[in-house]
Ligand binder design. Structure first.
Ligand code: 4NP
Length: 167
């Protein structure tokens, strides 16, 4: 393979759901020894929190579960991300809509899906926004993200035959 598979997680603010998805997935990729094969990033469709670290409640929940988000900074999703990433994974249907709205030439729809399409227990296919709720919401998000990221990694490993002697 000539270049890494490029994976982008997208939510609204890029301070809760997509940062934890990035951090959890990055850790799983590292643990699997696949860092050189997968490029990982996250972004928000909104600009309110650009440049900020993740929400401290999300960071605390992630840290309790062994995942460090402290080096992340929020950025806004831009239309060039559509061309730059192979898999653009939206946390909810509103994010999916907002991403596709930027695909003015209808060129990249095949790259954009809901993250929870990978979830073995997908529920309503959305990662609930924990921003205005209590601590239980952050734990629930972590559990969803953890099992979905695991399934995503298994899926990408199989699809691209990662680590099977390819470089
Ligand atoms: P996120 O959560 O999309 O998971 O990062 C939110 C963070 C901030 C806001 C909304 C959702 N906000 O409206 O500021």
């Amino acid at each position: 393979m000539n270049r890494p598979v490029r994976v982008l997680f997208v939510c609204l603010g890029n301070i809760c759901r997509s940062p934890v998805a990035e951090g959890v997935f990055r850790q799983k990729v590292r643990d699997a020894g696949l860092e050189e094969f997968i490029h990982i990033d996250s972004a928000g469709t909104g600009a309110w929190h650009v440049g900020n670290p993740p929400d401290r409640r999300m960071m605390a929940t992630a840290r309790t579960n062994g995942v460090d988000l402290s080096s992340q900074r929020a950025r806004q999703f831009v239309d060039t991300d559509l061309a730059d990433f192979d898999h653009i994974l939206a946390m909810d249907k509103s994010n999916l809509h907002d991403i596709l709205y930027l695909d003015t030439g209808d060129d990249f729809g095949h790259r954009v899906t809901l993250f929870r399409q990978w979830d073995p227990e997908p529920g309503d296919y959305e990662v609930p926004d924990p921003y205005y709720g209590g601590d239980a919401g952050f734990e629930a998000v972590f559990a969803i993200v953890d099992r979905t990221a695991e399934a995503l990694l298994k899926g990408l490993e199989a699809h691209y035959e990662l680590g099977a002697g390819s470089a």
